[in-house]
Each structure stands twice: as structure tokens, then as C-alpha cells.
Design a protein around this ligand. Structure first.
Ligand code: G3D
Ligand code: MG
Length: 278
């Protein structure tokens, strides 16, 4: 079992339960409330060292958009995952119900019957565990985790409680799954008839995978999106996405040169060609 491995894991859970914050806490050791809502998916890489076992795990962490109704984007991003951290919010009981009614079914559709999962009941810093209504929440969480033979942790992206532990444990579980050969660039299959929001998601994934550096990619998007008229709280319009492609090309040209920037531009054109504009 000693050696170097790769895994992709996904974070699932309703909007605003804290997925993006948990990844930030884990990968960057920060908690900040000064960033924008997730567009499509965030992708980060982390090298995990299981020194006692002689294992190095290169982990690709994909944090999904939480809004229900973005099923295709969600499903595409779950593909090939070796495990999922399923997050609910201790201050919002609804988010716990969604685990069983929405997130596990969609995960089963993509990954089959027995995906590796760990539940995270997040924002523990905001609640008092002894409170009466939390006892019911806790009991429900316990029965859910028994039903799916899954561990759960009370976590906080703010204080860091159990964050490291959750990722660590899921990393180990992910190694028990069938090995996958990852070709990062092929991980984002483009189907015919994708929606504009999926195009934006794919542009973002491409930037991450080809340029790297989340801060860098986000800074590009944060400056360019407003210039194309795209508002991340609304669905983008096709013409705005064409404009975005031109703008990204100009930026890439300045540091990648003609040949490479043109290659990436043409790839994005290929994605745009599959957009459903109706
Ligand atoms: P999401 O990615 O699941 O949609 P975010 O969730 O990570 O964007 O978090 C949603 C909000 O919850 C953010 O608040 C974030 O700061 C807050 N949050 C996330 N995790 C915790 C936590 O463990 N404790 C506390 N106290 N807050 C948390 P704002 O208001 O900044 O948008
Ligand atoms: Mg998010």
C-alpha cells in the first residue's frame, strides 16, 4: 500500500453550509468572509502525507455549487470522485434533511451504491451542543450515519475543529476505492446542449487546471466578469460568455504567448459551440 496516490474528492451540501470555507480552512489555514459565492465549482489541490503508512496522496478537492437545480453541473463535477464530504449546517436543520433527500441520491447516481462518505455538521462554533433542539439534530445525524455506515464530525471552518480530521479520514477511505487514472483535462467532459452557467463553470475549471492558482484565477474572474456584464447571482447570457472568452484570451496572451493562449481560446470556443442558446 506504500506509495504515491491520487484522489479526487467532492464537498456536497446545501448552499451556504460552509463548503468553501471548510476547504479554505483545510488548504489555506484561513477563515475569511470576504470572498464571493461559488460559481460552478472551486478546485484545489492538496498533498496529504500519511507518514505512518508511507502514503502520499495527491488530493484534488472539488467544492460544488450548492443550489439545488444545478444538477448537471453538480453531476459532472462528481464524476470520478473517490469520496465525498457531505456538509450540513448546525444552525439550519433543513440542510441535514437535504443530505438524504438530495445529496446522497445524486451521489449514488454518479458514483454507484457505496461511495465513501463522511458527514460534517458544520458551524459548531455558533451553537451550544447542550441546547434542547440540538439534541434532536444530533439524534438524526447519528441515525443517518448508522444507516449509511458513515462517520460524522462536528466541525467549524471558523475555529478549525475537526476539519483536518474529516479530510484526513476521507483521504484514507478514498484509497479503498477502485483506482482511477486521472487526466485532469479530460475530467471535464463537455456534452452537447450545456447551459450558459455550465459554460462558465467549464471556463473556470479550465483556468484552474491550465493556469493553476485559485487566487490568481479568482482575481481574473473578479475583474473580468463585471466587464462582460456577468452577475454571478444570475445566469449568464450567451453573448456575455463570448465576450468573456475574448477577454480571457487577451489576458492569457500577455503571459502565455500567442500559441498557447490561442490553443486555450480555441478550447473555450469548442465549449461555447456546445452551448444551448435556446
Ligand atoms: P458554501 O460554500 O457551502 O455555500 P460558504 O458556504 O463557505 O460560502 O459559507 C457560507 C457562510 O457561512 C459564510 O458567511 C461563511 O463565512 C459562514 N461559515 C462557514 N463556515 C462557518 C463556520 O464554521 N462557522 C461560522 N461561524 N460561519 C461559517 P458570510 O456571511 O461571510 O457569507
Ligand atoms: Mg461555496
Amino acid at each position: 500500500m506504500k506509495g504515491t496516490y491520487k484522489s479526487k474528492i467532492v464537498l456536497l451540501g446545501d448552499n451556504r453550509v460552509g463548503k468553501t470555507s471548510l476547504v479554505r480552512r483545510y488548504v489555506d489555514q484561513t477563515f475569511s468572509d470576504s470572498y464571493k459565492a461559488t460559481i460552478g465549482a472551486n478546485i484545489k489541490k492538496k498533498v496529504m502525507n500519511y507518514e505512518d503508512r508511507g502514503i502520499v496522496l495527491n488530493m484534488l478537492i472539488v467544492d460544488l455549487i450548492g443550489q439545488q437545480g444545478f444538477r448537471n453541473t453538480q453531476k459532472r463535477n462528481m464524476k470520478d470522485a473517490k469520496g465525498a464530504l457531505i456538509v450540513c449546517d448546525l444552525t439550519r436543520p433543513n440542510s441535514l434533511e437535504s443530505i438524504e433527500s438530495y445529496w446522497i441520491p445524486i451521489l449514488n447516481e454518479v458514483l454507484g451504491d457505496a461511495p465513501s462518505m463522511i458527514f460534517m455538521a458544520n458551524k459548531s462554533d455558533l451553537v451550544d451542543m447542550e441546547e434542547e433542539h440540538l439534541k434532536a439534530y444530533r439524534a438524526e445525524l447519528l441515525s443517518l450515519s448508522e444507516k449509511y455506515s458513515t462517520k460524522f464530525f462536528f466541525t467549524s471552518a471558523k475555529t478549525g475543529e475537526n476539519v483536518e480530521q474529516s479530510f484526513y479520514d476521507l483521504g484514507l477511505l478514498s484509497l479503498n476505492q477502485e483506482p482511477a487514472i486521472y487526466h485532469l483535462r479530460e475530467m471535464y467532459h463537455v456534452d452537447e446542449g450545456i447551459s450558459p452557467i455550465e459554460v462558465l463553470d467549464l471556463f473556470k475549471a479550465q483556468l484552474y487546471l491550465e493556469l493553476g492558482g485559485e487566487e490568481f484565477v479568482n482575481s481574473i474572474l473578479q475583474t473580468q466578469l463585471p466587464k462582460t456584464g456577468i452577475d454571478i447571482n444570475q445566469h449568464p447570457k450567451p453573448e456575455q460568455l463570448y465576450k468573456l472568452n475574448e477577454r480571457i484570451k487577451e489576458i492569457e496572451l500577455s503571459f502565455l504567448g500567442d500559441k498557447v493562449s490561442n490553443k486555450y481560446y480555441m478550447k473555450r470556443k469548442g465549449i461555447l459551440a456546445k452551448m444551448n442558446t435556446g
